[in-house]
Design a protein around this ligand. Sequence first.
Ligand code: ATP
Length: 236
Amino acid sequence: MLTVRSLHTYYGNIHALKGVSLHVRSGEIVALIGANGAGKTTLVHSIAGLLKPQKGTILYKEEDITALAPEAVVQRGIALVPEGRQIFATLSVETNLEMGAFIHRNRRDQVQRDMGALLERFPILKERRRQLAGTLSGGEQQMLAISRALMARPDFLLLDEPSMGLAPLVIREIFAIIQRLRDEGRTILLIEQNARAALEIADRGYVMETGKVVLQGEGRELLVHREVQRAYLGKG
Ligand code: ATP
């Protein structure tokens, strides 16, 4: 479904992605793990059209999307749930959701229907739909960030560290939501510092270090891989 081939992305002189290749099949959850600064966010921003890679290609459903603008990428069916949620804190929950549907802005009825369905799905957001998003708890804000992305009607989700800053119980809830999204047929590329939780729900995973993929395998394989255990799971 998504194929990244030999991707190179720079920030000025900083060579952040040094030839990254990976693929995600339809219906998979693929985890992307690695230390801070490994290049995970740079990779998803390159896929989302927020950064322009200097070399390499990104294919989505057999189309070359490497040079597309962010809005065009969303139109193809790829939505980003950014690191740190990036919700609009001074706007209401409802307005945040509407903003996620900007590519459908001329379809008022559809947007209202989709919003209604999401609010039914996440009753806590429904209860707070007129509240400013900044007043929500961390877990609720993450739910809102995911819901906002869903308003674009994506079939592919890029999730950048959804568990960041959340308590263990809340993380479990968010990961259950991610699994449900996959069970409904969406495809997911999941960036996580929380390697264990990510690999436990992932079909496959990639490990990045300093701008490169250094390991890949099935989620279960990586969980028991000695290097992964040592570097990312805090084991001997
Ligand atoms: P994190 O978990 O901290 O987000 P990451 O794996 O997502 O880590 P990136 O944020 O993609 O890593 O960063 C990759 C490299 O690019 C790092 O060396 C980082 O310092 C550098 N970098 C990231 N953003 C910028 C920027 N805006 N300008 C310059 N260098 C940057």
